[in-house]
Design a protein around this ligand. Structure first.
Ligand SMILES: Nc1ncnc2c1ncn2[C@@H]1O[C@H](COP(=O)(O)OP(=O)(O)OP(=O)(O)O)[C@@H](O)[C@H]1O
Ligand SMILES: Nc1nc2c(c(=O)[nH]1)N=C(CO)CN2
Length: 177
């Protein structure tokens, strides 16, 4: 088995369409509503993001496969990287937050794939959508998402998020906003 939690974000172009294409490509088990979130990380001169959390399960895929899929989706969205702005605007960002295989949580220090994602516990735009689709969510090594959301800074950031609308339904009838 291989279960993955993705954080997906977009703040350039048609944000909704970029997220929809990515959702379709991963054949998810659960997808959060869309949240509008202020840019996190200090590069504030850019549009608000649309962020979602996505859970997918595919016994045939390894963590590396999920990474490759995410990177392909980013490229297909037309993402252009600006080395001068590591946290600059992007058409699509697909981050692997955590992956579990048959042996439990996958751990990796490889810069190409760090797991669990080393900054996830600090990011309300990751934790709030994830908690919304899994009340028992746990970030390996950091604890329950429910508890991580109680951190003062994370909680303050969480108050600045705006839940917008549903983007996917398990019955296959993803709704227009
Ligand atoms: N858990 C992970 N999920 C996605 N990419 C990762 C992960 N760990 C390492 N990477 C690597 O990070 C590199 C930079 O990715 P990207 O520019 O999208 O980072 P970012 O999303 O802007 O920043 P952050 O890693 O802080 O979320 C990629 O080349 C990828 O190989
Ligand atoms: N609100 C928000 N801020 C970000 C995001 C993101 O998806 N949403 N992604 C980043 C790099 O992964 C950096 N900052």
């Amino acid at each position: 088995m291989s279960r993955v939690v993705f954080s997906m974000g977009s703040n350039l172009g048609d944000r909704e369409a970029a997220l929809r294409s990515a959702i379709e490509a991963v054949a998810p088990e659960a997808v959060s509503d869309v949240y509008e979130t202020p840019p996190w990380g200090g590069d504030d001169e850019q549009p608000a993001y649309y962020n979602i959390a996505v859970i997918a399960d595919d016994p045939a895929r390894t963590a590396r496969d999920w990474l490759a899929l995410g990177q392909r989706l980013e490229a297909e969205s037309g993402r252009v990287r600006d080395p001068a702005r590591p946290y600059g605007p992007r058409t699509l960002d697909v981050d692997l937050i955590a992956v579990w295989d048959a042996d439990g949580p996958v751990r990796s220090d490889d810069p190409e794939l760090r797991l669990p994602h080393p900054l996830a516990h600090l990011r309300a735009f990751v934790l709030v959508p994830w908690f919304a689709i899994d009340r028992d969510a746990e970030l390996p090594g950091k604890g329950r998402v429910r508890d991580l959301l109680r951190d003062e800074t994370v909680a303050a950031d969480a108050r600045a998020l705006r839940r917008l609308h549903q983007i996917w339904s398990e019955h296959g009838d993803a709704r227009e906003p």
